[in-house]
Design a protein around this ligand. Structure first.
Ligand code: BDP
Length: 693
């Protein structure tokens, strides 16, 4: 009896120690979804010893094998018409592909399947050929809309161009993370590009970066400044029809390809938000894009020409890209792809899809998504973006009949196109955990997975990511019910929650000026461009709220294909999630749930706050399953998110109440400060500002 007691006491001690060690273990998040595992011995065959890429695939298998001990994994390069470039087939322990990159992606998939418990065979081909991250990194190391520290590629100072071992290691880790989710391209600098990116020192650094990224299957691209021939080449102009300019670009491109023979091409933001472009010389987007395309063509390079254009004109901003680009359909070279943001305005928490999708029928389009959370709480708020992107991919444009989804009109399923591509604005920075928020890693992961497979649903992605990022070695039902399921639910709801506490029912762009963090529906300093101020977007007055884009208004609805044009034109058939995007409605407008518009708006703001409060509870309850460091970091961020959500709700209710003149519904929590407080407190720093913002 005594012996049994001692034994069980010992057991309890050991158990407690193990628990303590586990929960106290520090985890800085640097390993992302590629955390070390207790690999079993394995043999890999079919490896071309000369190929760095095959070497990486082999090493990954050896370091992460969780299958049968001493199993043999076979790499097979095959001729198989069902397997596209980069695609692969997994049959048991064999990975077959038509290219080495396919073997690499197959290896990552096999390992992922082992870790997430899916051992079925699969054949997998990417939806888009080019799956690209856009880094908005400036040459001085800062990142436009970056919330996770400075650039991993560029820095200022004396050693700006020294390539250190530390640099190379970080680039390699970055490349590996990308390859593991299928990303195969990186644009290394900001779309608001400096001409200097094409300078000698910068190109040397490009060479060094490309050398590290290449074995992981990642091509490098650069954003260029359209006026580079002036800024760098000292030519008097950058007119795309000027022979001197044409020659300058040809020579520059030749120089780049000599240094980086597999260089991907250029990303161009032209005549947009003050950037130079062909219109400066009374030329068109076609003139500009084709001139660059001709220079890149001999090397199979591409031009990604952005359609993010709008002027401070009387025209509805939401209509401008369509108006500007539709007349050019069919006039671009075949190595030009028009890069179009998911929505017509600008990466808002919710917008309908851009009407250009499917409408340009003879010009390939690549969707541009924003992984960095410029308008969705930076790296402070837990917002899983996969559900938003899924909403976009699955939206039916009806352009070629039913089921002309955004996914299908851009990935080559409907329109035959030489190149297919997709871009995501990166959220990577020098922060130890890469993305600032532990859960922002999920957005990088989700972007890669959806770029690979645009039919993948958010639930599957969340499930995979949680297992890879948080699962202990011995996954059991306790962990599944105690961690996986509640955290998954929270992630899947989180984007709608953010919409609720910030811009429900189709409201958009009512952000605080410049940093876009928190509310600023009142923000309209004298002299600011109207289309950069929130009142332009919400149009609140005594009669109601919302932007009238119907036939009686700006007629933006007309840019959508039937039946959407008519559906959006009619308030009764407009999905309520887009209501105030398309309609200006009275405060007493009756919603489907019977509430007035005012009451329903208040309910959304309020429920958004309540949902974040619930996330705090969810997270506190998962504490036993998470290492102390990550637990504490997320807990702290959720506290901030709750304060932010409340700030949104209170500020919006008090501000719009001035117009609605309606009481706050009884069931809605009362604001904790007055309107003046919200208007004189910066929601990012939470510090008072001198003037009304
Ligand atoms: C907006 C950002 C701005 C970018 C611009 C773009 O606020 O910083 O330069 O998009 O995409 O969302 O060019």
């Amino acid at each position: 009896m005594k012996m049994i007691l001692t034994a069980s006491r010992n057991f309890i001690w050991i158990y407690a120690l193990v628990l303590l060690a586990f929960s106290a273990r520090a985890d800085d998040g640097h390993d992302l979804w590629l955390r070390p595992v207790n690999a079993k011995p394995v043999k890999v065959t079919g490896v071309n010893a000369k190929s760095p890429m095959m070497g990486i695939a082999k090493k990954e298998i050896e370091q992460r094998w969780l299958g049968a001990e001493n199993a043999t994994v076979e790499f097979r390069i095959v001729k198989d018409p069902t397997v596209k470039t980069d695609g692969f087939k997994i049959t048991g322990n064999a990975i077959s592909a038509t290219s080495e990159s396919g073997i690499l992606y197959g290896a990552y998939e096999l390992l992922r399947r082992q870790q997430t418990g899916d051992l079925s065979n699969v054949i997998s081909n990417p939806s888009y050929q080019r799956r690209i991250l856009n880094h908005w990194d400036n040459l001085n190391g800062s990142i436009e809309r970056g919330y996770a520290g400075n650039s991993i590629f560029w820095r200022s100072g004396d050693n700006a161009f020294t390539v250190t071992e530390k640099d190379k290691q970080l680039w390699q880790e970055y490349a590996r993370a990308n390859a593991s989710i299928g990303i195969n391209g990186s644009v290394l600098n900001n779309v608001n590009a400096s001409a200097q990116i094409l300078g000698a020192d910068q190109l040397k650094r490009l060479v060094a970066i490309a050398a590290v990224l290449r074995p992981y299957g990642i091509k490098t691209y650069l954003s260029i400044n359209f006026a580079s021939p002036i800024g760098l080449g000292k030519l008097p102009n950058a007119d795309p029809l000027n022979p001197e300019v044409i020659k300058w670009w040809k020579e520059k491109v030749a120089e780049i390809y000599k240094l980086v023979p597999d260089f991907g091409g250029f990303l161009v933001k032209a005549n947009s938000e003050g950037q130079p472009g062909p219109q400066d010389y009374k030329r068109t987007h076609v003139d500009g894009a084709n001139m660059l395309a001709d220079a890149l063509k001999p090397y199979n390079g591409i031009v990604m020409w952005r359609a993010f254009v709008y002027n401070a004109s009387e025209k509805d901003r939401a209509k401008q890209a369509y108006l500007e680009f539709m007349p050019f359909d069919g006039q671009f070279r075949d190595n030009v792809i028009i890069q179009v943001k998911n929505g017509p305005i600008d990466f808002q928490p919710r917008e309908p899809f851009s009407p250009l999708f499917g409408a340009l029928k003879k010009t390939p389009i690549m969707p541009e998504l924003q992984v960095t959370q410029e308008y969705l709480g930076h790296s402070e708020q837990l917002v899983f973006l996969a559900t938003m992107w899924e909403e976009m991919f699955k939206s039916d444009t009806y352009q070629e009949g039913k089921n002309s989804t955004v996914a299908r009109v851009t990935d080559g399923s409907i329109f035959p196109q030489k190149y297919t591509a997709i871009a995501g604005v990166s959220n990577v920075g020098l922060d130890t955990n890469w993305n600032g928020h532990e859960f922002a890693q999920a957005n990088w992961y989700a972007y890669g997975r959806m770029a690979w497979n645009d039919q993948l649903d958010s639930k599957t992605i969340a499930d995979e990511w949680i297992k890879l990022t948080f699962a202990p070695a011995d996954v059991n039902n306790n962990w599944k019910n105690g961690f996986l399921e509640p955290v998954k639910k929270m992630m899947l709801e989180s984007r709608e929650t953010a919409v609720d506490y910030s811009m429900p029912l189709g409201l958009h762009h009512i952000f605080a000026g410049s940093h876009h963090y928190g509310p600023g529906p009142w923000w309209a300093p004298a002299g600011t461009r109207k289309d950069w101020t929130p009142p332009y977007y919400h149009q609140a007055d005594a009669n109601g709220i919302g932007f009238d884009r119907t036939k009686n208004g700006t007629d933006a609805v007309d840019q959508y294909h039937a039946p959407l044009a008519a559906d959006f034109n009619n308030v009764a058939t407009t999905p309520e999630m887009y209501l105030l995007y398309f309609h200006h409605l009275s405060w007493d407008y009756k919603m489907k749930n019977g509430k007035t518009l005012w009451d329903d708006l208040c309910s959304h703001w309020d429920s958004g706050v309540k949902q974040v409060r619930q996330y705090q509870v969810v997270w506190d309850k998962v504490e036993p399953y998470v290492d102390a460091q990550r637990f504490a970091r997320v807990q702290e961020k959720l506290r901030r998110q709750t304060r932010d959500a409340q700030f949104w709700k209170d500020a919006c209710i008090l501000y719009f109440q001035q117009f609605s003149k309606r009481p706050i519904p009884d069931y809605v929590e009362r604001p904790v400060n007055n309107l003046n407080y919200y208007m004189t407190t910066d929601p990012l720093s939470m510090k008072p500002v001198q003037q009304r913002r």
